[in-house]
Design a protein around this ligand. Structure first.
Ligand SMILES: O=C(O)C(=O)C[C@]1(C(=O)O)C=C[C@@H](O)C=C1
Length: 179
């Protein structure tokens, strides 16, 4: 049985937390929190790593509530610095960007940064790293993603801006849970 389930693909912030705090565990990526909770219930994974709260934007979805309601055990918590970057496939500046793909929490964590750029439209993605695949599929040269520097670099994107989170010391707390 796989040790750990977490939100993928590679280089989501869940994955960066896994690499930093739980590098010894075997793991499987999932597309959303609901499929992670289901895999835990069905015994496909021994444990799961799920985001609980962000220092700037508060609770992540209903994860804390789901853990409580389903009687899951919260074994340990890990706090990860979340440094958000803006990247695109083609050369762009913040002013030439028309559309931004990212996870809703990352969009929330950069609200103030983008408040000066009211022309930008936001599209919710399954994760910050998954947003890169959505950007590629869109073939939109004036679109960008909010993602980790690791994800942008590994997928060969151009970095437009770094550290765009509203709170300088932005952190997300992840919970290690078990059924
Ligand atoms: O999209 C990701 O990379 C995630 O790991 C998800 C997530 C979240 O669930 O809040 C994790 C940390 C960041 O604060 C933004 C998004």
């Amino acid at each position: 049985m796989t040790d750990l389930g977490l939100l993928g693909p590679e280089n989501t912030f869940h994955d960066l937390a896994r690499k930093r705090f739980l590098p010894h565990l075997s793991f499987a990526y999932f597309q959303n929190f609901e499929t992670i909770f289901k895999a835990l219930k069905d015994g496909q994974i021994k444990q799961a790593l799920v985001a609980l709260r962000n220092s700037h934007s508060g609770q992540v979805g209903n994860n804390l509530e789901t853990i409580r309601q389903r009687g899951l055990q919260l074994i340990e918590e890990f706090e990860l610095p979340v440094n958000l970057c803006l990247g695109s496939l083609k050369p762009n500046t913040i002013k030439s960007i028309r559309k931004v793909f990212s996870h809703p929490m990352a969009i929330k964590e950069t609200t103030h940064f983008f408040s000066k750029y009211s022309h930008i439209k936001f599209i919710a993605s399954s994760s910050t790293a998954g947003a890169i695949d959505e950007l590629k599929n869109s073939r939109d040269s004036q679109a960008a993603v909010i993602s980790s520097k690791e994800a942008l670099e590994s997928k060969g994107l151009l970095i437009i801006a770094e550290g765009i989170q509203d709170e300088k010391h932005n952190t997300t707390t992840f919970g290690l849970i078990r059924a």
